[in-house]
Ligand binder design. Structure first.
Ligand code: FHN
Length: 579
């Protein structure tokens, strides 16, 4: 009743402030994202109608054109011819049990499979069209590979995710600005089918760039609406940032889109500011199967990539491309198994581990941290393993994983020298575990948030509406123009550290801590992140003031913090006080 009244009021009142607040949680701490933060390693599967072509297309003039999942587009295959070739797709040897067993053996904690790639071909019996594995193939009409994989993933305790391309080369309405609404309705219907039938933990969107080949009318607004629709349907869903749309010519993706960032075929040198992240990568060069694509990365490279990624608080989504019969190529499963056997003995350095901000990145390997343990993954084994210390800590224990050898740790120069007594235990990475004692955190605070004043103008004038906001984590998006907010109160750190405050804003923001202007993003700008540092004492309360203004377009504001002892997160309610 009350809801209906509020909705009716909102419909008639002009918006003199932010619209209905699509409050988002904080993926850095939200319980729905816990599994993803801990998992660190997943299997990507590119499998679709293109797999039938095995990376090669014979043109009518006898010449050959090569590609993989992009073959229809790159080789300019006429739709009718592509449909003819895919008609004989019969992945009869797709064995969900074996695929999940391979992921398990690799030490992977989740799977993301292409339900529909850019060629528009659905890998499940969609009722939306006939361009799918049930209706357009030579495959057993009783089988459903997504259902088989989901059931097997559940049985073997692996999270299940689905890739979906918003860009579509096959549906004529998908390239037509005029008819795009019809395509969007079909897309939504397909996504409802996917959620209802396969209950994915994660949706991995793709196709967020501007292009004319064929045109891609998808917009940021479309992405925002779809994300809101999907989260209303399943609030626990994790959604990647590619649900949005990049502006023409823009390479970078925005920090405000989705639950996590998606570097591709690369990974960053440090944690990404403002976002969880997952790097996706191939084992050879292509994503979909191509019989000529044989330049496989070594298991050592892949394992070290995973360790590097975990030590920067990211996830590694490593791709396999099943062949036309549905089998993961042997060189790919061989490498996955090799990674799994290393992980079986050294997984502590990866699962649930994240950046070790107490030390500098060493030249000899990578360091990750989990609670009171530092994991030194040593790629170059030598007698001079030096740790440069950035934040003081004591070492109370040291051992080499899976080895009886002893380890001496001595203070030296700007840190510690670490000397194991014996030889490396393997050629990929020998892991030394240090038990450490750092600064004791001050007790969790008892705050309830900051005092908020919402002004009906974009310059903090007029009569504000006042309330208490538990944390500053807002994605108003396209709702509400010309308003401003001033938050005031106190912030209480739990560690005596130099804190970095990160403000995600669109379009004007300033942050003062203890009277010092820490973030000054006062020139109007689109969604971006700005940051500044200040040294704070544990348990002490510091005055905080945040000014945010929105003129037009999208509106976002988030306030995060991080320090040597504090992993990145939205500043939590307990540490914010109105007085
Ligand atoms: O074009 C695709 C490509 O085929 C593959 O699916 C990758 C996976 O991240 N994403 C796209 C390019 O960004």
């Amino acid at each position: 009743m009350l809801h209906a009244l509020v909705a009716a009021l909102l419909a008639v009142l002009p918006l003199a402030g932010p619209g209905p607040n699509h409050a988002v949680d904080d993926p850095f701490t939200a319980s729905r994202a816990q599994w993803f933060r801990d998992a660190r390693f997943g299997m990507f599967i590119h499998f679709g109608g293109y797999s039938q072509l095995e990376g090669e297309y014979q043109r009518s003039d006898g010449s050959t054109c090569q590609d993989a999942e992009w073959i229809m587009n790159k080789c300019k295959i006429p739709t009718a011819d592509y449909e003819r070739l895919v008609k004989s797709f019969n992945p009869a040897q797709f064995d969900a049990k074996a695929v999940v067993a391979t992921a398990k053996a690799a030490g992977q904690k989740y799977i993301v499979i292409t339900s529909k790639h850019h060629d528009g071909y659905a890998m499940w019996p969609t009722k939306v069209n006939k361009w799918n594995l049930r209706d357009h193939s030579a495959f057993d009409k009783k089988r459903d590979v997504l259902a088989e994989l989901k059931a097997e993933a559940d049985r073997q305790g692996i999270r299940f995710g689905l890739y979906y391309s918003t860009w579509d080369w096959h549906d004529p309405d998908a390239r037509s600005t005029q008819n795009f609404a019809r395509y969007k309705a079909r897309m939504r219907a397909q996504l409802v089918e996917l959620i209802d039938n396969y209950d994915p933990a994660l949706l991995w969107f793709d196709g967020d760039w501007d292009t004319d080949n064929p045109p891609n009318p998808w917009t940021k607004q479309d992405g925002a609406e779809l994300e809101r629709f999907l989260k209303a349907k399943d609030p626990d869903l994790l959604i990647n940032n590619r649900i949005s749309k990049r502006a023409p010519g823009v390479k970078e993706r925005r920090v405000v889109d989705g639950d996590f960032g998606t570097p591709e075929q690369t990974f960053p040198a440090a944690p990404i500011d403002g976002q969880l992240w997952e790097s996706c990568m191939t084992i050879p060069s292509k994503w979909g199967f191509a019989k000529w694509d044989k330049n496989f990365k070594s298991a050592t490279t892949l394992t070290r990539n995973l360790v590097d990624i975990a030590s920067r608080s990211g996830n590694y989504l490593l791709n396999v491309g099943p062949d036309k019969l549905g089998r993961i190529p042997q060189p790919e499963s061989d490498r996955l198994r090799a990674m799994g056997s290393w992980l079986a003995q050294h997984g502590d350095a990866v699962y649930g581990a994240s950046v070790a901000s107490w030390v500098a990145d060493p030249a000899w390997g990578a360091v990750s941290r989990k609670g009171d343990k530092l994991y030194l993954s040593v790629y170059d084994w030598s007698n001079s393993l030096h740790l440069k210390v950035l934040e003081q800590f004591d070492v109370t224990g040291a051992r080499v994983l899976n080895s009886p050898q002893t380890v001496t740790v001595t203070k030296a120069g700007d840190g510690y020298d670490v000397k194991p007594s014996g030889a490396k235990t393997n050629d990929v990475a020998t892991v030394i575990e240090l038990t450490v004692r750092g600064e004791q955190a001050a007790p969790i605070g008892t705050g309830n948030g900051l005092r908020a004043q919402y002004f009906p103008t974009n310059n903090w004038t007029g009569t504000p509406v006042t309330r208490t906001d538990p944390s500053l984590n807002f994605a108003w998006r396209f709702d509400g123009d010309n308003f401003s907010v001033r938050w005031t109160g106190f912030v209480q750190p739990r560690f005596s550290d130099t804190y970095t405050f990160l403000a995600v804003s669109d379009e004007i923001a300033k942050v003062w801590i203890d009277g010092k202007l820490v973030v000054d993003a006062s020139a109007p700008h689109q969604a971006r992140i700005d940051k500044g540092t200040i040294a704070l004492q544990a348990g002490k309360k510091y005055a905080v003031r945040v000014d945010f203004a929105e003129r037009t377009g999208e509106a976002h504001f988030k306030l995060l913090w991080t320090s040597a002892n504090q992993n990145q997160q939205v500043v939590p309610v307990e540490q914010l006080y109105t007085n």
